[in-house]
Design a protein around this ligand. Structure first.
Ligand code: NDP
Ligand code: DGY
Length: 327
């Protein structure tokens, strides 16, 4: 096959080997990679996509009209190394007839596991305890020192009982959770598995000891967790977000945490990412912030890379993708 007839693919980051090998072995494609662990600068992205038939991108790349225009009419497939697709201008992508591949399911277990770890670390104040040991603040055993909140006998509320929300619920129930509430756009039959009760959001907020956000970021969920939201939560409640940072109004969260409106928060996602080191949330002992590591296990990232490469190649050949976004 001549270089002219080969399809042009642009990959916006160095991927785990499992994905790179698949792309490199593909005879029908000429693959250019932004060969770095750091995000591609905007100007390089605009240059790299020029004339591309396929684009493999990450959640940190904003794929908007400008990028689509820069790519031009050749662009037929976008494959994202993520299940979230809020970084893609979906309406515009749809209008141009571009197919989208993504990575649902393969990261559900890793993300649910990390959410449970974050919930326990936040509720049982692990980062504070570790810091006290290192700094010499541990003087002796004290009855109320570093006390937190336990899951046994508690009510957990999950906002967005999708793939990851359900996997979180499944993992939390064996800790002795008494009631599992969930809210969203409609009741889910699969909630039966965890005895989930579908309730209005206000009920979830006022009755839950732990509020876990695992919904997608959409225009409806953007800024959902705001002053009014936190004011409905118990003062002893713990808030956890592993969905997207923009679901939370961070100024309102800071106020709720610093005034004792809620007990603590654990965030794996923020706005922006990375969160600046002088951000007010980082001054609070009752706020645990992680650097968006929900799906970060070696095997999960390898499988995500493989799936996103396969999605791209299948889309370019006009075949069914293993995971194609229904738009
Ligand atoms: P799913 O599509 O399975 O679940 C998303 C859920 O969000 C659905 O249950 C959906 O409900 C719900 N939802 C949509 N709109 C609303 C709304 N207005 N109010 C409440 N709930 C709503 O996706 P996944 O579970 O696979 O992933 C969820 C999100 O998690 C991703 O979009 C991504 O942003 C984030 N994520 C974060 C990771 C991390 O590293 N921290 C890793 C992986 C994912 P319905 O079915 O009714 O539409
Ligand atoms: C996703 O896939 O949407 C996550 O945020 C990263 O795995």
């Amino acid at each position: 096959m001549s270089a002219q007839t080969r399809l042009k693919v642009f990959v916006t980051r160095r991927l785990p080997q499992e994905g790179m090998e698949l792309l490199q072995q593909s005879a029908g494609c000429t693959v250019s990679v932004w060969d770095s662990d750091e995000p591609v600068p905007r100007a390089e992205l605009l240059k790299g996509v020029e004339g591309a038939h396929g684009l493999l991108c990450l959640l940190s790349d904003r794929i908007d009209t400008e990028v689509l225009d820069a790519a031009g009419p050749n662009l037929k497939v976008i494959s994202t190394l993520s299940v979230g697709f809020d970084h893609l201008a979906i309406d515009e992508v749809k209008k141009r007839g571009i197919r989208v591949g993504y990575t649902p399911d393969v990261l559900t277990d890793a993300t649910a596991e990390l959410t449970v770890a974050l919930l326990l670390a936040t509720a049982r104040r692990l980062p504070e305890g570790i810091q006290e040991v290192k700094s010499g603040g541990w003087s002796t055993w004290k009855p109320l020192w570093l006390c937190g909140y336990g899951l046994s006998g508690s009510t957990v509320g999950v906002i967005g009982l999708g793939r990851i929300g359900l996997a979180i619920a499944r993992r939390l129930m064996p800790f002795g959770v008494k009631r599992l509430l969930y809210s969203g756009r409609q009741p889910k039959p699969q909630a039966q598995e965890v005895d989930g009760e579908y309730v209005p959001l206000d009920t979830l907020l006022s009755e839950s000891d732990f509020v876990v956000v695992s919904c997608a970021l959409t225009p409806d969920t953007q800024g959902l967790c705001n002053k009014a939201f936190f004011s409905k939560m118990k003062k002893t409640a713990v808030f956890i977000n592993t969905s997207r940072g923009a679901v939370v109004n961070q100024e309102d969260l800071f106020e709720a945490l610093s005034t004792g409106q809620i007990a603590a928060a654990g965030l794996d996602v923020t706005t922006p990412e990375p969160l600046p080191t002088d951000h007010p949330l980082l001054t609070l002992n009752n706020c645990v912030v992680l650097p968006h590591i929900g799906s970060a296990t070696y095997s999960t990232r390898g499988i995500m890379a493989q799936l996103s490469a396969n999605n791209l190649l299948a889309g370019l050949s006009g075949d069914a993708m293993a995971s194609e976004l229904k738009m």
